[in-house]
Design a protein around this ligand. Structure first.
Ligand code: F6P
Length: 539
């Protein structure tokens, strides 16, 4: 891989690939040449520093991806540090073709859980499944964290126009403020709690679940608890110990990673919000992207292109972060969702052979919706000393036909940003602009440098017709596969998350100290000093 990276570095310099203004001026067909689509989902990467030589090298860089991709789809234990297959794709396998894990087709179980979720979701939505006093459920609280929270939160918000079920609330933080503020506005009689945890051991979720349980028991009595709880987990024994009725427990499997679990029963709150049919369309979208990833040639393959350009930005051009900028208010949690997906997957320093990663692995992922970000951090993206590749997302149509003009403004802003990043403004242009407005030469010389934009700042723009369940499914699967492609090129295991464990272990060890049961001996002086300060002020 290093040889191709080196070749990419020298080719980018020799072909002046980064001079985007010149590239657009020289080639009227650049947009067509460097864009690709899956139906209405268009990816324009023409504002990245690529040319045909670079694209050919990127294709070479991705040569090993196909074999690994097929190993994933075939259910091989590619998450080898945990000895697990990686089969979130089976959860949206709408072809229903057999998917084998350890010699057994998992599709019958996948379909059975999906059907059970459908019955439960429709029962809650229609009011045939009620709370303990016979009243219909008006509010559903999902208690989970990480992958058991971010997906349902993000998708429920994204698909608000399709939301015709009970109100949804999400509690994730162990900070008592989160559940307390949520419970304050709810009536126990009409509330259903879904305890979502793959392992059913996560301290935040278990603690919030106990608080919710007390809330129901105190308001309605212990016998009422069963009608107000459901659970989603792979650890069915632990759920049973918590006391949730097995009829209300929806399982999934260890071959579904937490950050890939929105397609599983972890998607139950989303299904309750939008209904079984639209949830099915969401799965259809994910499946369509899977088929595309498996079968489209490199230059038409959106996940391959996105992954290849991601590595080019990180490992060839040295950009340390990438900004996700949806011009879609309903995708406001999409950057946070992608942070877990990408950074928990590819934030690794060791290759599959246990050696240090050569070069860099995954970048920092961050972002906010436009146009809000324009009035916050875009200054740095345009004129800061770091180059930040931006990924814009924009729908051709919103869901507010009466407010079409606002959508036109949104589109204009989105496209103007990528154009400005690419074109920039030279010193001569900046000065001419000032003098044309009557500024004298001397002052213009002083002010003009502040109004220079270097340009040549890369961006990718995704365009889709409308943010439907199908399109959201395609977008999530697209980014999942992008992470996969990058992980293969980095030669890391994208599917474990040992880095999260140390903090968990230390928090467990510190709790008795914070509870005042054990002295802080053995801890460093900073930790011991902070413990003493906080304890002295807690009274
Ligand atoms: O933060 C680490 C992590 O293990 C994530 O990968 C996972 O999504 C999250 O915790 C929640 O885990 P669980 O669903 O088991 O409660």
């Amino acid at each position: 891989m290093q040889a191709i990276i080196d070749k990419l570095t020298s080719t980018a310099a020799a072909t002046r690939a980064e001079d985007l203004r010149a590239a657009f001026a020289a080639d009227a067909g650049r947009f067509t040449r460097y864009s690709a689509a899956l139906d209405d989902l268009l990816m324009d990467y023409s504002k990245c520093a690529v040319n045909d030589e670079i694209m050919a090298l990127l294709e070479e860089l991705c040569a090993g991806v196909a074999e690994k991709r097929e190993a994933m789809f075939a259910g091989e234990p590619i998450n080898f540090t945990e000895g697990r297959a990686v089969l979130h794709t089976a959860l949206r396998n709408r072809s229903n073709a057999p998917v084998m894990v350890d010699g057994r087709d998992v599709m019958p179980e996948v379909n059975a859980v999906l059907a059970a979720m459908g019955r439960f979701a429709e029962g809650i939505r229609s009011g045939s499944l009620t709370g303990s006093t016979g009243k219909a459920i008006t509010d559903v609280v999902n208690i989970g964290i990480g992958g058991s929270d971010l997906g349902p939160v993000m998708a429920t918000l994204a698909l608000a126009p399709f939301h015709d079920g009970p109100r949804l609330h999400f509690v994730s933080n162990v900070d008592g403020a989160h559940i307390s503020d949520t419970l304050k506005i709810l009536s126990a009689e009409t509330t259903l709690f879904i305890i979502a945890s793959k392992t059913f051991t996560t301290i935040e979720t278990m603690t919030n679940a106990q608080t919710a349980r007390r809330f129901v028991a105190e308001k309605l009595g212990e016998a009422a608890v069963g009608k107000h709880f459901a659970a989603v987990s792979t650890a069915l024994d632990k759920v049973a110990a918590f006391g949730i009725d097995p009829e209300r427990v929806f399982g999934f499997w260890d071959w579904v990673g937490g950050r890939y679990s929105i397609w599983s029963a972890i998607g139950l709150p989303l299904m309750i919000a939008i209904g079984e049919d639209d949830f099915g369309r969401f799965l259809d979208g994910g499946h369509a992207m899977d088929q595309h990833f498996r079968h489209a040639p490199f230059r038409q393959n959106l996940p391959m292109l996105l992954g290849a350009i991601g590595v080019y930005h990180r490992n060839v051009l040295g950009y340390q972060t990438r900004a996700i900028l949806p011009y879609d208010q309903r995708l406001s949690r999409f950057p946070a969702y992608l942070q877990q997906l990408d950074m928990e997957s590819n934030g690794k320093s060791v290759t599959v052979d246990g050696k240090p990663v050569a070069g860099s692995s995954g970048p920092v992922v961050w972002g906010e919706p436009g146009t809000n970000g324009q009035h916050a951090f875009y200054q740095l993206i345009h004129q800061g000393t770091s180059v930040i590749p931006a990924e814009f997302l924009i729908a051709a149509r919103g869901f507010e036909p009466d407010l079409r003009h606002q959508h036109e403004l949104l589109i204009a802003n989105c496209l103007a940003q990528s154009e400005a990043l690419m074109k920039g403004r030279t010193l001569a242009e900046a000065k001419a602009q000032l003098t044309s407005k009557g500024m004298d030469e001397e002052k213009a010389d002083l002010i003009a440098p502040h109004r220079v934009f270097s340009g040549n700042r890369p961006s990718i723009t995704f365009v889709y017709d409308q943010l439907t369940p199908y399109t959201l499914g395609r977008l999530i699967a697209l980014y999942e596969h992008r992470v996969f492609v990058e992980g293969v090129i980095f030669r890391i295991n994208s599917f474990d998350q040992w880095g999260v464990e140390l903090g968990k272990e230390l928090a467990t060890g510190l709790l008795p100290v914070i509870e005042g049961k054990v002295a802080a001996t053995g801890h460093d002086s900073s930790t011991a000093g902070l413990v003493a300060t906080l304890l002295s002020r807690a009274k």
